[in-house]
Design a protein around this ligand. Sequence first.
Ligand SMILES: C[S@@+](CC[C@H](N)C(=O)[O-])C[C@H]1O[C@@H](n2cnc3c(N)ncnc32)[C@H](O)[C@@H]1O
Length: 201
Amino acid sequence: MSAGTDTAPSARLLGQDSANAALFFRRWMANPLQMGSIVPSSRALCRRLVAHTHADADQIVVELGAGTGVVSRALIQSGVAAERLFVIEIVPDMAAHLRQALPGAQVIEGDARRLPQLIAQELHGRIGTVIVGIPLVLLPLAEQRRFVDAIEAVAPGRGFILYSYCVTSPLPWKKLGLTPRREAWTPLNFPPASVWRYTPV
Ligand SMILES: C[S@@+](CC[C@H](N)C(=O)[O-])C[C@H]1O[C@@H](n2cnc3c(N)ncnc32)[C@H](O)[C@@H]1O
């Protein structure tokens, strides 16, 4: 019997979690602002994100800033077909990691501010949910607006969900022309996190 089949599923998951945490921490050391956190999202937070992700049969799901892919994996495990999941990641070695970790998913290495160029034209308007993992809260307003505009260009009127450690809205929604809604909260994340939905006014 091979070592792979000897390994209990829970031990494999633990190994995967540690490898993800190590990769995440290395990237945080390299660029804390780009990562926004020192650890990947918890399973509790992933469950809440999954619960607020919707896509019809002819729609795709787009995740911006997929990091180690913990949210992406939870989406696939919840039934989102891998080929309908488009993950955008700016850091080349994380994108390479995602390609290995998410067989079948559409991993696109690039800057999410260029979303209209990164997603094929025929998919514009066919996006069920956009999930933002990029720490927008740390960016100046003009930069936040670039992300919001890029999302609006490919998913008109749909808005996006975003996770954050802020108790109040992490985005200045009035200035960005958005309506905020706090959809969920979990204390079982480090730090405790909320899922926010923003839709164009
Ligand atoms: C908070 S981390 C992602 C967390 C991920 N959900 C996890 O738990 O592993 C933010 C990610 O966004 C990526 N990122 C930051 N700016 C980006 C941009 N402009 N375009 C695409 N990805 C970006 C970072 O490289 C990082 O992997």
